[in-house]
Design a protein around this ligand. Structure first.
Ligand code: FES
Length: 92
């Protein structure tokens, strides 16, 4: 999967997060929202049969809930990435 980040934007150091066990590139200081979108994760969970992903991007809609380091119900758009963070998406 290609990186969807704007290539000319300056970034801090590379770090690694794990998404459903898969290694994903992130940059220190960016949100988990940014890292997941850049890696091509658009569906984060399901509400019944309906897919949920990013909607507002500013902590209001709660559509971006994921599990972070074993803590369920974390908003990806309000969570800053940390090296070796483990993220679980509730998707098949
Ligand atoms: S995208 Fe709306 S709360 Fe995260």
């Amino acid at each position: 999967m290609s990186d969807l980040r704007i290539p000319t934007h300056p970034r801090k150091e590379k770090i690694t997060v794990y998404v459903n066990g898969r290694e994903v590139l992130a940059y220190a200081g960016e949100s988990l929202h940014a890292a997941l979108l850049a890696a091509g994760f658009f569906v984060l969970r399901r509400a019944g049969s309906e897919p949920r992903g990013f909607f507002c991007g500013m902590g209001v809609c709660y559509d971006c809930l994921v599990t972070v380091d074993g803590r369920p119900g974390q908003r990806a758009c309000m969570t800053r990435v940390e090296d070796r963070m483990e993220v679980e998406l509730d998707v098949d």
